[in-house]
Ligand binder design. Structure first.
Ligand SMILES: Cc1ncc(COP(=O)(O)O)c(C=O)c1O
Length: 389
């Protein structure tokens, strides 16, 4: 039996053991410790932002980022339909409501033109408040997602955020290492968020980070993630906070992983390049590439497949998985999720098209050339016999 090829698994080949041992030897295992400080400082520095606040996962980072950006219960946040559910769940944790936006076909990220159309045609601005005419609710923030490692087109979104005005929070959970016009993602909006879940570019087992240049926002994020306790020896709490801090053990993994990040991104990019070249030769495939203004981290190597050549994407995924090649469907658009039934979705067409045809190919850091060839041989055979028979 040939070895299964997973979709994306961690690569732990640096100083992980050594740093974990340092935690155990020094007794610093919980939610404060030198590795937490170091991870926050080094990662924020690498991204070019002043502050990093480490959290227990990326979803918690998004939740607190939205709160510090000013999102309140009853507000609305504009969220791409094509994203992982955590993006919209974090909005709901604030008591706010997501309004789903379409993707643009080249980058699969939120379409700034449709966001602009929604804000100008469907909303009123009253006393500096943006109000959705259909629901009567205040629209408070834009939450673009740098999907599958590709940056969203931030300049027009930042321009809209400044004009209306709205907060802009970046969900960079999938895109550590990507850049927009030369500046790393997560560093453009008022707040950015990362995830270090097991399948992300670097992992801490589970973990996340809030990024900001704003000292007041960073201080509030740090407070909210640590039960909103006042500084000083007493336990004084003026608002409801959360127990969202990353542990020193997890941060030790993070520091070791961060040392390898640039090599990891290079490997991800190489895998995407190899697949794109081979898929161009096979035909009937449109891999997610790179816009001229973008450097993608290629967290996923994803591609659209023409059903006329490859058959139904879901049937293809099932056959690949049966052969030990872990293909994945794209995120099911959130306006199609039972949990968000009835939520407003604005002119969504592209996201549905991408979902119907898209698959993500195995692309772990450390995937071997032979494994990539097996994936491509499977696709070549599938293209010759779309029904699988
Ligand atoms: C786009 C997006 N946002 C948020 C998250 C949440 O991160 P976490 O799993 O660390 O909570 C993820 C991934 O898991 C994601 O893909």
């Amino acid at each position: 039996m040939t070895r299964p090829i997973p979709n994306a698994v961690p690569c732990l080949r640096g100083n992980e053991w050594q740093y974990l041992k340092e935690c155990l030897d020094s007794n610093w295992v919980s939610s404060v410790g030198p590795f937490v400080d170091r991870f926050e400082r080094e990662l924020a520095g690498w991204l070019g932002v002043r502050y990093g606040v480490a959290t227990v996962n990326g979803t918690a980072a998004l939740h607190v980022a939205l709160l510090v950006a000013g999102v309140e219960a009853g507000d609305e946040v504009l969220v791409p339909a094509l994203t992982f559910v955590a993006t919209a769940n974090a909005v709901r944790y604030c008591g706010a409501v997501p309004v789903f936006m379409d993707s643009e076909p080249r980058t699969w990220t939120v379409d700034p033109q449709k966001v602009a159309d929604f804000l100008t045609r469907e909303c009123d601005v009253r006393d500096g408040r943006v109000v959705n005419r259909t629901t009567g609710r205040r629209v408070r923030a834009l939450l673009p997602v740098h999907l599958y490692g590709h940056p969203a087109d931030l300049d027009p979104l930042l321009e809209l955020a400044a004009r209306f005005p709205l907060a802009l929070v970046e969900d960079a959970a999938e895109a550590l290492g990507a850049s927009y016009k030369g500046r790393r993602v997560g560093a453009h909006g008022s707040v950015g968020c990362l995830s270090f879940n097991g399948n992300k570019i670097i992992t801490t087992g589970g973990g996340g980070m809030i990024l900001t240049d704003d000292e007041a926002l960073a201080r509030r994020a740090r407070s909210l993630t640590t039960q909103a306790r006042d500084e000083g020896p007493e336990w004084i709490h003026r608002e409801v906070g959360f127990n969202y801090r990353l542990t020193n053990l997890q941060a030790a993994l993070g520091v070791a992983q961060l040392e390898q990040l640039e090599g990891f991104v290079a490997e991800k990019r190489e895998t995407a390049r190899v697949y794109a070249e081979a898929l161009a030769a096979l035909g009937g495939a449109e891999p997610l590439g790179e816009a001229p203004w973008a450097t993608s981290s290629f967290w996923m190597s994803s591609t659209l497949l023409d059903p006329a050549r490859y058959g139904d994407a879901r049937a293809l995924i099932a056959r690949a998985n049966a052969e030990g090649i872990q293909l994945r469907p794209l995120w099911r658009p959130l306006h199609r999720q039972p949990v968000f039934a009835g939520q407003q979705a604005y002119r969504i067409e592209v996201a549905d098209h991408l979902y119907a045809r898209g698959v993500s190919l195995p692309c772990s850091v450390g995937i071997t050339p032979e494994e990539r060839l097996r994936v491509l041989a499977f696709l070549a055979a599938a293209g010759d016999r779309p029904s699988g028979r």
